[in-house]
Design a protein around this ligand. Structure first.
Ligand SMILES: NC(=O)c1ccc[n+]([C@@H]2O[C@H](COP(=O)([O-])OP(=O)(O)OC[C@H]3O[C@@H](n4cnc5c(N)ncnc54)[C@H](OP(=O)(O)O)[C@@H]3O)[C@@H](O)[C@H]2O)c1
Length: 345
């Protein structure tokens, strides 16, 4: 049984702030954006907002992301009990999955160092990381890795364990060793493959929510174009941004999302996110959905405030979207051929 708390419907992915070398944010800019979003989210101790960061989310300074997050709570200690923080780790120095004990130990040392201000500011919640997320399955046997991470949780290094990009079979193996509180997977109008992998069944059986990353198709569903990207943006290396035929095909979905959202008088991003939150914990057209919590990421406060303003879509709208999706096939890898070899293992 999952011990995941009753977080706000939409979380906040914080990768955007530190993932593109030429796009830098000061601590003050980060603080101002995060503060505004937490304020608008109505987060409370009982219903915190899920924040999503990464120990390795920094280029070129690996720890820039957790440094910004930790320092936020020096300026705003009152917000420490209103957030539920997940941090990913288990990635080596060359962005390779690394689930060795050495890799995790150095990751936890950095997390503990940079997140001290959060821990110190906490008065009503454990003074520790809420969720540690293993980013990718590595070459070490999953059972051994789960035993090790289960021990770290017992030692109080973090409260809950999450796995990212796991197959249904791996998740079952992990659950046989130790409790897993949630999983973090790519899920959006662009990428609905999870419905066919058995992952929904396993997560429903164990009452485990799915944290849906890249819920805006890495920006594409909002109308983002390849020409909008900075030269050093990693998305330039993804098929869905770099291959014109792929872009042309996928634009059909983007146009449909824009058409429906206009009709409903909302932003495309709101429609894309409301589609996920409306399907969360329901059955629609024969698919039983587990709890779904999208974590869109914008470094712009106004956009993220728009993202957290989801609505419940009516059955007609869900059906209109489903009818289009039944005629549409997404093109291109989720990342690219090489990176895809490390996904869904
Ligand atoms: N587990 C994993 O393997 C994994 C992988 C990738 C990401 N993640 C997590 O998931 C989070 C979100 O994923 P993501 O950043 O890949 O994709 P996303 O949330 O689908 O899209 C982010 C992009 O959309 C833009 N955007 C966001 N809201 C917008 C709005 N309302 N209007 C217009 N543009 C908007 C952002 O640009 P601006 O910043 O310029 O607004 C950014 O370019 C990340 O922050 C990270 O925490 C996890």
């Amino acid at each position: 049984m999952s011990t995941f708390p009753d977080v706000q419907k939409v979380g906040y992915g914080l990768m955007s702030f530190t993932w593109i070398p030429s796009r830098k944010f000061t601590q003050e800019q980060f603080n101002e954006t995060l503060k505004q979003v937490i304020d608008k989210s109505n987060a409370t101790v009982e219903h915190p907002i899920l924040l999503n960061g990464g120990e390795f989310y920094g280029v070129p300074e690996r720890h820039e992301n957790i440094s910004l997050i930790g320092n936020f709570f020096k300026s705003y200690p009152d917000y420490a009990d209103k957030v539920y923080l997940s941090v990913k780790g288990g990635i080596g120095p060359h962005w390779n999955p690394d689930t060795s004990v050495e890799s995790f130990e150095s990751c936890f040392a950095a997390i503990n160092k940079y997140l001290q201000p959060l821990y110190e500011a906490r008065t009503k919640k454990p003074k520790t990381l809420d969720v540690f997320t293993m980013s990718r399955v590595g070459k070490e046997p999953i059972e051994e890795v789960m035993q090790y991470l289960g021990r770290k949780r017992s030692e109080g290094v973090f409260s809950e364990l999450c796995l990212s990009e796991v197959s249904a079979a791996t998740l079952e193996k992990a659950l046989a060793v130790t409790p897993i509180s949630c999983i973090e997977m790519e899920f959006s109008l662009f990428d609905r493959y999870l419905a066919d992998t058995g992952v929904f069944e396993v997560t429903r059986k164990h009452n485990i929510p799915i944290i849906c990353y890249s819920p805006l198709g890495k920006g594409l569903l909002t109308g983002l174009k390849t020409s909008d990207l900075a030269k050093d943006d990693f998305r330039n290396h993804m098929d869905r941004f770099s291959d014109q035929e792929t872009v042309n095909n996928n634009n059909k979905l983007v146009e449909e999302v824009h058409k429906i959202s206009q009709k409903l008088n909302m932003q495309p991003s709101q429609l894309a996110l409301s589609w996920i939150t409306t399907l969360s914990n329901t059955e629609f057209n024969g698919v039983k959905y587990p709890k779904l919590i999208p974590i869109p990421g914008s470094a712009n406060a106004a956009r993220q405030i728009e993202n957290i303003s989801v609505v419940t879509l009516d059955k007609e709208t869900l059906q209109e979207i489903a009818d289009f999706l039944s005629t549409f096939k997404i093109s291109g890898y989720r990342y690219n051929k090489a990176a895809n070899a490390t996904l869904d293992i």
